[in-house]
Write a protein that binds this ligand. Structure first.
Ligand code: BES
Ligand code: MN
Ligand code: MN
Length: 475
């Protein structure tokens, strides 16, 4: 641990500056206007991996943005860790709400981050967390302490659904052979309450279009006699949930796994203050499905939310018009055993069915993925637990998160590999929001914890191999 801490202390400024340089490149995958910058970021990640000591580093092209691959195989008898992360970021909008420009990182102190936090789009999700792995790898190389083989797979399309990564994984099963996948793209409960994410929700994301008359109409001449697609869309959306905030789509809950009372009681042990929660986002009351706690509503229960809605006149002043069309983007968070394709179909059938004959409805699926639950008794979990216990001074709590990383379920299906999600962000870090930030404490805590994960993972694996060898010998 001393060796780790000394290396970090000696290189602190540089580690921060390198991350800030990476954050200056606006690698927004959703908006084609940033294409050059996304590609530039991939090249930059490649360069950094080479500098840190990785072999066979390449920018692998796909039908979309490239995947950066690199590896260091030290000894075939050692376990192999496949590190996954993403170098793309969410769009910075709404830009006006940022206190400093999203791609000009600055370090500022906050109440939660008294040591300072780096404010920039991607600082927490996921450049800052991904880069911890590059720097931890450099540290292990320079201090001659790399305890496992390592492979890096850093993609540029996570924020838009990882479709091409799915293709890449399917085509490169041999190359990606490993014992575990290590991901830092999630969070901890608080800086003094470490946790490990052992579950993610799935996602079904789609867009709907409701068409009324074939052109915008004068709302005085036609109003009252012709369906207004915006009114209709709102009525249809309102029908998707009942008074208990239960989703009304027939069959929606069919595959949902209900947790036992024991499991729910275990979950309820995680520290949570409803008061602080409400204060932090300035709401006077919470809102959700009857019969479930806030933690349950955001992790083990599926949801349906409108993410965007538009149509008609939204410019300056007033315009009396019945629009021809109305649109909405709708997403559903899914839980284990719900299938995203099936849910998309159920939504489509129901939404089409409840449309009155006065309008036409189109449902266009976007991306999606299934939920995952990862083991909390595996060698990798034990290694994370020991590593965090060393660096935080207490054992992490296993928690299921409400967010989604759709590719994690695919890793399990295609590569047969479990992921361990050792993230260091906080819910309050404002990922996907204006003023996204990442604690300096969290960045260095990650760089400090990662090498210990490798060390314990190698040790536990060696111990397990020894045990099974003795078992075979004694037979
Ligand atoms: N890193 C997040 C997911 C996340 C954050 C999981 C915090 C758990 C805790 C990831 O980049 C993300 O934003 N995922 C998207 C889905 C994706 C298909 C756009 C999400 O969850 O909305
Ligand atoms: Mn992410
Ligand atoms: Mn994200």
């Amino acid at each position: 641990m001393d060796r780790i801490n000394d290396y970090i202390t000696d290189n602190k400024e540089r580690f921060l500056n390198e991350l800030m340089d990476l954050l200056r490149i606006p690698s927004v995958s959703a908006d084609p206007k940033y294409k050059g910058d996304v590609l530039k970021t991939a090249e930059e990640v490649k360069k950094r991996l080479i500098e840190a000591g990785a072999d066979h580093v390449e920018v692998c092209s796909t039908a979309g943005y490239p995947i950066v691959y690199g590896e260091k195989m030290v000894d075939p008898s050692l376990p192999t860790v496949l590190v996954y992360g993403h170098y793309d970021v969410q769009p910075p909008d709404p830009i006006d709400l940022w206190d400093s420009p999203p791609f000009e990182p600055v370090i500022k102190k906050t109440e939660i981050h008294p040591e300072g936090a780096i404010f920039a789009r991607g600082s927490c999700d996921d450049k800052g967390q991904m880069y911890m792995h590059v720097k931890a790898f450099e540290l292990m190389m320079k201090t001659n302490s790399l305890a496992c083989n390592v492979k890096f797979m850093i993609e540029g399309e996570e924020e838009v659904g990882s479709e091409n990564l799915g293709v890449y994984v399917n085509a490169n099963k041999e190359k990606l052979k490993a014992d575990v996948i290590l991901i830092s793209d999630t969070g901890i409960i608080a800086n003094d309450v470490p946790s490990v994410t052992v579950g993610l929700r799935g996602l079904s994301y789609l867009e709907v279009e409701v068409t009324g008359p074939n052109r915008d109409l004068h709302s005085g001449l036609y109003g009252g006699a012709v369906a207004n697609p915006i009114n209709i869309l709102c009525e249809m959306i309102a029908k998707l949930k009942d008074e208990n905030n239960h989703i009304t789509i027939p069959g929606f809950y069919d595959d949902v796994i209900e947790l036992s009372q024991e499991e729910r009681a275990e979950m309820a042990k995680a520290p949570f203050s409803l008061d602080k929660y409400k204060k932090s986002i300035d709401i006077s009351d919470i809102h959700g499905e009857t019969g479930y706690s806030t933690n349950e509503r955001t992790s083990i229960r599926p949801t349906l939310d409108v993410n965007g809605i538009w149509g008609g006149y939204t410019g300056e002043g007033a315009k009396t018009v019945i629009p021809s069309k109305a649109f909405a983007k709708i997403s559903m968070r899914l839980v284990p055993s719900q299938n995203n394709h099936k849910i998309t179909q159920l939504f489509t059938d129901y939404f089409t069915k409840i449309a009155p004959p006065s309008v036409k409805v189109k449902v266009m699926p976007h991306h999606g993925g299934n939920a995952v639950v990862t083991p909390s008794d595996s060698a990798a979990y034990m290694a994370v637990s020991k590593a965090m216990n060393d660096t935080f001074g207490k054992k992490p709590i296993p928690v299921r998160s409400g967010g989604s990383i759709p590719i994690v379920a695919l890793f399990k299906d295609v590569l047969g590999l479990d992921s361990v999600m050792m993230g260091f962000g906080l819910d309050s870090d404002a990922i996907h929001s204006p003023n996204e930030h990442y604690g300096v404490f969290n960045y260095f805590k990650g760089i400090q914890t990662i090498p210990l994960f490798y060390k314990y993972f190698a040790e536990i694996n060696a111990q397990e191999n020894k045990n099974s060898a003795t078992l075979i010998a004694s037979k």
